[in-house]
Ligand binder design. Structure first.
Ligand code: M1P
Length: 238
């Protein structure tokens, strides 16, 4: 069985470290199963959140929505794409018109093969994040900006993931691009399998190949499901 996991909202709270008890369980799970991670985030953030032991115990880690792929310390491949200046200016305009009152810096983060756009900014503290989450839940700002961007630039894809940002890349360069690496029984766990979410494209292709896509509420839900599976396997073995 191939196990594919999203990170923020699935294995950890968004941009936070993995829970200690879950990390112990998950490390063992990675050592006994074929585990892959796929995240919109870059390597340094993923490493900070899940730690080196889990990172290296995974078969592969697909960073930046699969636009950069790692096997432990080795980078296997990377897509190079740079946002067009007029597209970046369009994002600056959305930033200027956002009704969210706070700006914490680094609103457009350039990553291999994609950019992450955030009106609150990547410098947000936990408290500032919470303020943005409330604002975004009420105003659906990220969904609206993502929709407008796709209308304005049809060659681009924009998806919502994590709590504060939008991941943007050329059409086809979403998480579903990793599917060519997988054959046979596959389970994918993610927290944003709704059509606007960044796990949606991969969930669709996993189901299409006969695999299972499991939408979780948060990391605690993932922990519970994996623990139940482990208990079921134990009882049927004994
Ligand atoms: O994977 C989607 C995003 O998840 C987090 O988003 P946020 O910081 O908005 O909660 C981050 O890990 C971000 O880098 C990533 O793109």
């Amino acid at each position: 069985m191939n196990y594919i996991f999203d990170v923020d909202g699935t294995l950890t709270p968004s941009r936070q470290k993995i829970d200690f008890k879950f990390s112990e369980f998950f490390k063992e799970f990675c050592e006994n199963n074929d585990v892959y991670l796929v995240t919109g985030s870059d390597r340094s953030k993923t490493m900070e959140q899940i730690g080196e032991d889990i990172y290296n115990a995974c078969k592969k880690v697909y960073q930046c929505s699969g636009n950069q792929v790692y096997e432990g310390k080795t980078m296997l491949r990377e897509v190079s794409w740079i946002i067009d200046p007029k597209e970046a200016i369009w994002l600056e305009d959305r930033l200027a018109e956002s009704k969210f009152p706070l700006r914490t810096g680094k609103h457009i983060e350039f990553r291999p093969g994609m950019v992450n756009f955030s009106t609150v900014g990547r410098g947000a503290t936990l408290g500032e994040r919470l303020m943005y989450v409330k604002f975004d839940n009420k105003n659906q700002e990220r969904v609206k900006i993502a929709k407008k961007l796709k209308e304005e630039f049809p060659h681009l894809e924009a998806v919502v993931g994590g709590e504060t940002g939008i991941d943007i890349f050329p059409v086809g360069r979403d998480k579903s691009q990793i599917i060519g690496d997988f054959m046979g029984p596959t389970k994918f766990y993610g927290d944003r399998m709704d059509p606007e979410g960044n796990d949606y494209p991969l969930a669709q292709v996993v189901k299409h190949m006969g695999g299972v896509a499991i939408e979780v509420v948060d990391w605690k839900h993932t922990f519970k499901l994996l623990s139940l599976d482990a208990m079921t396997a134990l009882s049927s073995a004994g």
